[in-house]
Design a protein around this ligand. Structure first.
Ligand SMILES: [Zn+2]
Length: 439
C-alpha cells in the first residue's frame, strides 16, 4: 500500500512525521542520551544512495514514470533538503563516490578515491563499524560490486578504492555486516575459480573495458564467509529461500548491469531486482532487537549517466524507486526508522528540455554542427513521453563525468526534521549518528 501525506509544504520543519496504520503520528524531539527513543524501541536507519542522482535525474524519472500530477515514492517523503558534495582533493573540485561516501560514513571530507581515510590516509571510524560495536545489525544492498566505493566507505578503510578484495576481507574480519547483497563476485574468488558467473573477456566487454574475471588476491573469500556463518547465494530463488541471520549474495561478476551507450551492449536486467534485495535485507536485519543500519544503492543511475544513456538511466531510476517504496512500507510499520534518499553527486551534467530541433544539435552533434568526438557525449537523448500525456521532453547531457551540482535529499521518520535545509554532505553523517546512537 502506498501512503501519501497530503501536503509536504504544510508540514512544520521541526516535526518528524510517520504514518502508522493510516494515522499521522508526530515524532518527539530526539533525546540527548544514547540508546532508545523514549518508547523502548531501537532505532534504525535506511540510507538510499541513487549514485550520481541529482534533481534532473529525479525530475526526468518523475515525468517519464509518474507524469505531471504524479510523484515518485522518493519524491513523496515529507522532508526535503539539498546537500553540497565537494571533496578535499589536491587536484579535483568535483567529488567521486569514494570521497562522497566517506563524508557520509565518517563526517569528514577527504580526497577522491579515499575509502574512509582522511586526507593524510589515516583510517577513520565508519558508521558501519560503530553500528556493529553498538550491537546493531548492518547491511549492504547494491547493484554495484558490494565492495564498490559507496558501500566500502561505510564498512572499511583503505587509501585506494580499487583494492576491492581487501575491502571484502575487511567486511569479513573487521566490520562483519550481517547482510551483503549485490555484485562483484570476481573480488571474492581467486584467479582460476570461475564461481557462479563465467568470465567475460575484454572483447566481450567492449574493447576498452577490463575483463570480468576472478581476481581476489586474498584467497577464497566466499569460503571464508561460509566458515564465518554466512549463507551464500547466487540467484533469486536461493535468496528468497535463505533464512540465515548472515547473508552473502553475489549476483554478477562486477556490476549487476552492463554500462554502455545505447545499443552498444547496454543492459539493465539484474539477477535479483534492487527492491527484492532490499526486502530480504530488511527482513533479515529487523530480527535484531538492537536496531540496524542498511545501505541501499542503485549504481546504474551513475554509470548510465557516465555513458550518457538516458534510456537505461531511467530504467535504473524506476528500479531505485521500487526499492524506495519497499523502504517506505517498512518505515510505515516501524516509525523508529529514519529513511533517507539522496545521491552522492550529480553525474552527466543532465538537464530536462523541450523538444527543439534548433537547440544545439540533438544526439552526437555540437554547436557548430561538426560531429562530436564521441557520438554519445554532450548529446541529447529522447524524446521521452511524459506519462499520461501527449507531451514529450528530451534529456541533454553536458559531460560524461560528475558535476558539483547539489543533490536532493528526501527523508522521513525519526530525526528526518534535521535534514531540512542546505548543508554539506557531512551533515548526513551527523544526523544518522544521532538517530543510531543518540549522540
Ligand atoms: Zn560516477
Amino acid at each position: 500500500m502506498s501512503i501519501r501525506i497530503g501536503s509536504r509544504r504544510a508540514l512544520p520543519a521541526c516535526l518528524a512525521v510517520a504514518v502508522v496504520g493510516g494515522a499521522v503520528a508526530v515524532g518527539l524531539p530526539m533525546p540527548a542520551q544514547a540508546g532508545g527513543n523514549g518508547h523502548g524501541h531501537a532505532r534504525n536507519v535506511i540510507f538510499v544512495n541513487g549514485d550520481g542522482m541529482a534533481a534532473a535525474h529525479r525530475e526526468a524519472a518523475r515525468l517519464a514514470l509518474a507524469g505531471y500530477d504524479g510523484d515518485l515514492a522518493m519524491d513523496s517523503l515529507p522532508v526535503t533538503g539539498l546537500e553540497t558534495t565537494d571533496p578535499r582533493d589536491p587536484e579535483a573540485t568535483i567529488t567521486d563516490s569514494a570521497a562522497a561516501a566517506t563524508a557520509w560514513a565518517t563526517g569528514q571530507k577527504t580526497y577522491n578515491g579515499a575509502i574512509s581515510v582522511d586526507v593524510d590516509e589515516n583510517p577513520l571510524l565508519t558508521l558501519g563499524q560503530e553500528a556493529e560495536e553498538a550491537g546493531k545489525a548492518t547491511g549492504i544492498v547494491t547493484t554495484a560490486q558490494v565492495t564498490d566505493a559507496s558501500p566500502a566507505a561505510f564498512f572499511s578503510t583503505t587509501p585506494d578504492r580499487g583494492l576491492q578484495d581487501q575491502i571484502a576481507k575487511q567486511y569479513l574480519e573487521v566490520t562483519k555486516p550481517e547482510v551483503i547483497l549485490g555484485g562483484g563476485e570476481d573480488w571474492w574468488l581467486p584467479a582460476g575459480d570461475e564461481g557462479a558467473f563465467a568470465p567475460r573477456t575484454a572483447a566481450e566487454q567492449g574493447s576498452e573495458t577490463d575483463p570480468e574475471v576472478s581476481r581476489s588476491t586474498q584467497g577464497d573469500l566466499v569460503a571464508e564467509a561460509r566458515g564465518l556463518g554466512y549463507e551464500y547465494v547466487t540467484d533469486a530463488a536461493a535468496l528468497e529461500a535463505a533464512d540465515g541471520d548472515q547473508l552473502l549474495g553475489l549476483f554478477s561478476n562486477e556490476e549487476m548491469f552492463q554500462q554502455r551507450p545505447e545499443g552498444e551492449g547496454d543492459e539493465y536486467d539484474p539477477v535479483v531486482p534492487l527492491a527484492d534485495m532490499t526486502s530480504k535485507a530488511l527482513e533479515t536485519l529487523s530480527a535484531d532487537r538492537d536496531g540496524f543500519f542498511l545501505l541501499v544503492e542503485e549504481e546504474a543511475v551513475d554509470e548510465m549517466s557516465h555513458a550518457n544513456n538516458a534510456t537505461q538511466m531511467l530504467t535504473a531510476m524506476a528500479a531505485l524507486d521500487e526499492a524506495v517504496q519497499v523502504a517506505r512500507d517498512y518505515v510505515a510499520e516501524h516509525p523508529d526508522t529514519l529513511l533517507v534518499v539522496t545521491g552522492d553527486h550529480e553525474c552527466g551534467g543532465l538537464t530536462v528540455e523541450d523538444v527543439d530541433a534548433d537547440d544545439e544539435s540533438g544526439p552526437g552533434g555540437t554547436l557548430d554542427g561538426t560531429p562530436a568526438v564521441e557520438e554519445q557525449i554532450s548529446g541529447e537523448d529522447g524524446p521521452f513521453a511524459v506519462a499520461g500525456s501527449d507531451k514529450q521532453f528530451v534529456l541533454d547531457w553536458t559531460t560524461s563525468g560528475h558535476t558539483g551540482v547539489p543533490t536532493v535529499v528526501t527523508a522521513e521518520g525519526v530525526g528526518s526534521d534535521q535534514l531540512v535545509g542546505y548543508y554539506p554532505n557531512t551533515h548526513l553523517h551527523e544526523v544518522m549518528h544521532q538517530v543510531l546512537f543518540g549522540r
